[in-house]
Design a protein around this ligand. Structure first.
Ligand SMILES: [Zn+2]
Length: 341
């Protein structure tokens, strides 16, 4: 196991006060706002019905929150409830035609096959709440320094089509929404450590200097045709904890120093895990925990707010998978505590 030494001060200066003044809050329900703990964004409508034996593990989302509360990692008071993402907000990334077709069920069979989901009203609602959740997590991060959603990371969605279980690109919507809600524009760094390349996100921001896309992914995994992120690190099948963590650590500090983001969006996909059904890498639970701790401490210790989403993770055992997804919230809770946030 690689031991990555982290430097961070207990007394951090989070550059958030000024950042917030221009920020329109995205949620209405008062749940969670009184709590002083790590904001955890969750909505019970993050899920929808799927046909029996569908390979997407939809049941994992409520189980992430369940395990976090059961294990006393967080309390219910820490839960922030997002609004559904409006069509207006979504249209900062997606085309009018795509949104109209997706929302009204006019996507054809071929388009649906590409997304991996049969269309339903529940699916539309779920994706819109998930995207609202990522926007709220980003807003909460600007307010409090650090926040996590219990869903999000749908990075294969493009402006005019969905792909690979991703219908709306929540990371891109959150980045655009928050980039544009301040003057001068906020700079957003997207750190995408899901095992699959964040191709939709890379495409969306290829001409946008205020958003930097950094993706570490398995080169032989989906998508076959990669897009060009601002920085792509393609790794080989079978990579283990130590080499993987070294690959992340070789770039992240330099990016933070040179790009100097005002906000980091972190896709903490757990599909690099050795037991993941689609992953092809061989990380352990401990490796994922070290990775999440490293990323969040590196960012937060520089006074930069970070919002994390759970990203991809695939297993027939939704409880095992949910516990794996909760690693990022456990690591965030430790960062929150150790950084005196
Ligand atoms: Zn993935």
């Amino acid at each position: 196991m690689t031991r990555i030494t982290l430097m961070f001060s207990r007394r951090l200066r989070i550059k958030v006060g000024a950042a917030l003044t221009a920020c329109r809050c995205f949620h209405t329900e008062p749940v969670g706002r009184e709590s002083s703990g790590l904001p955890v964004v969750h909505h019970r409508k993050y899920v929808c019905d799927l046909p029996p034996n569908h390979r997407f593990p939809m049941g994992k989302f409520p189980r992430v929150l369940y395990h976090l509360i059961k294990d006393q990692v967080i309390t219910e008071k820490q839960v922030w409830v997002p609004e559904i993402a409006s069509k207006d907000v979504l249209s900062c990334v997606h085309t009018e035609e795509y949104l109209n077709n997706f929302m009204s069920g006019k996507t054809n069979e071929q388009e649906q096959r590409r997304t991996g989901f049969p269309w339903s009203e529940g699916l539309v609602r779920r994706c819109r709440y998930e995207t609202g959740g990522t926007v709220l997590a980003a807003e909460a991060a600007l307010q409090r320094g650090l926040a996590c959603s219990t869903a999000g990371g749908t990075h294969h969605a493009f402006p005019s089509y969905g792909s690979g279980f991703c219908l709306l690109n929540d990371l891109a919507v959150a980045a655009k929404y928050l980039m544009g809600s301040s003057l001068p524009k906020r700079k957003v760094l997207i750190v995408d450590l899901d095992v699959h390349q964040g191709d939709g996100t890379a495409f969306i921001f290829k001409e946008e200097p205020c958003v930097f896309t950094f993706s570490v992914h398995c080169g032989r995994n989906f998508p076959l045709r990669k897009q060009q992120s601002d920085l792509d690190v393609s790794v080989e099948d079978g990579l283990e904890d130590e080499e993987y963590l070294a690959a992340v650590a070789a770039h992240l500090p330099r990016l933070l120093e040179t790009f100097r983001p005002d906000l980091v969006l972190y896709d903490a996909g757990v599909d690099p895990h050795g037991d993941d059904e689609l992953g092809r890498l061989r990380l352990t639970d401990q490796g994922l925990y070290q990775r999440d701790l490293y990323v969040m401490k590196s960012v937060v210790s520089r006074g930069v707010p970070l919002a994390a989403v759970v990203g991809g993770g695939y297993s027939r055992d939704s409880d095992k998978l949910a516990v794996r997804h909760s690693i990022v919230h456990r690591a965030a809770t430790r960062v929150w505590r150790e950084c005196g946030m």
